[in-house]
Ligand binder design. Structure first.
Ligand code: NAD
Length: 295
């Protein structure tokens, strides 16, 4: 739904579609914004998160707003996923047309263990929660034939899968694996049922998971300066993802799609270079504004 000249507009892009959405913790979560947008576009879906996140977060409010239910599941546990998939399909009265995997967590990041001093037990957990869970979701859905023909699956990724970013730690390895799973399973599910699987590589975003990333404020400032269109917000990410859930993108699969305002194609921008020119006049080229930049 968008407001144009005072009128509320929905494109009805997802009318009649059913879905499963992982990862809405609070109203800053990317999955929260996706749920709101898919609802506005006419879809019905079930929400899920871990029991502890359901207790500590606000997902029940989102469920009420979107007229749906929350089915608890730890995405690393097969028995939870089997229960979720079966109950979800039953509640919606049919197979899923779309699935969103918006899950990430690193105990090494949480406990301040740097990349050259990883706890390997934590690393296993990082990979299980943030990457292997994607495989588990897909394999469970396939086992119960829970995704309909021409369905669409999206997982959230980050450019640390391709480029090294200070402080992103073992989440970089998890994202590389996540993107690989999208390709490997995309081949199987594509050839069998025309189901497409993609990852969306999003700009740094101020969410609960995002704020665990070392120096997120500085990272966001740098990415903003480097991106000709500026950082993409969580709302803009949701706008993009509804197009991937819609019938307008049926031949897009096994891709990692950058949703980052152009950041991934940049090497150096005027605005980023300018922060090194201490004392010089700072010019905001894009907006044609000038101001003194203090370091
Ligand atoms: N925030 C950013 O800067 C950014 C940028 C690019 C990609 N992403 C990715 O977007 C996704 C969503 O993160 P977010 O930024 O919205 O933060 P968020 O903290 O709102 O969402 C992370 C979610 O993962 C869930 N989760 C953790 N462990 C789980 C488990 N075992 N089973 C099921 N769910 C579990 C949490 O409960 C939470 O809802 C993540 O994959 C993240 O890596 C975030």
């Amino acid at each position: 739904m968008r407001i144009f000249s005072g009128k509320i507009m929905s494109y009805n892009l997802l009318k009649g579609k059913r879905g499963l959405i992982f990862g809405a913790l609070n109203d800053r979560s990317i999955a929260w914004k996706v749920a709101e947008r898919t609802y506005e576009e006419g879809a019905a879906f079930v929400l899920t998160n871990t029991p502890v996140s359901i207790r500590l977060g606000d997902i029940d409010k989102l469920a009420e707003k979107c007229n749906t239910i929350v089915i608890p599941a730890d995405a690393t546990k097969i028995e939870d996923l089997e229960n979720l998939v079966q109950k979800g399909v039953e509640h919606l009265g049919g197979k899923f047309d779309f699935v969103l995997h918006s899950i990430g967590m690193s105990p090494n990041v949480r406990k301040g263990r740097m990349y050259d001093d990883l706890d390997y037990g934590y690393l296993q957990q990082t990979l299980d929660i943030s990457a292997i869970s994607f495989h588990k979701v897909l394999q469970t859905c396939r086992k119960f034939d829970a995704i309909g023909d021409w369905g669409s699956v999206v997982a959230l990724s980050y450019i640390a899968a391709q480029r090294t970013l200070y402080g992103y730690n073992d989440m970089a390895d998890a994202k590389a694996m996540l993107e690989s799973i999208a390709r490997s399973f995309g081949y199987i599910y594509g050839r069998e049922k025309n189901i497409r699987i993609n990852t969306v590589s999003q700009s740094p975003t101020m969410t609960t998971a995002g704020s665990g990333v070392m120096g997120l404020d500085n990272l966001m400032d740098f990415a903003e300066r480097m991106s000709p269109l500026g950082n993409a917000t969580a709302e803009e990410c949701a706008d993009f993802i509804i197009t991937l859930f819609s019938d307008l993108t049926r031949k897009v699969t096994m891709q990692n799609l950058y949703h980052d305002g152009g950041y991934s194609s940049m090497g150096m921008s005027f605005q980023a270079m300018n922060i090194y020119n201490e004392g010089l006049e700072y010019q905001d080229v894009k907006n044609d504004k000038s101001k003194k930049k203090k370091k």
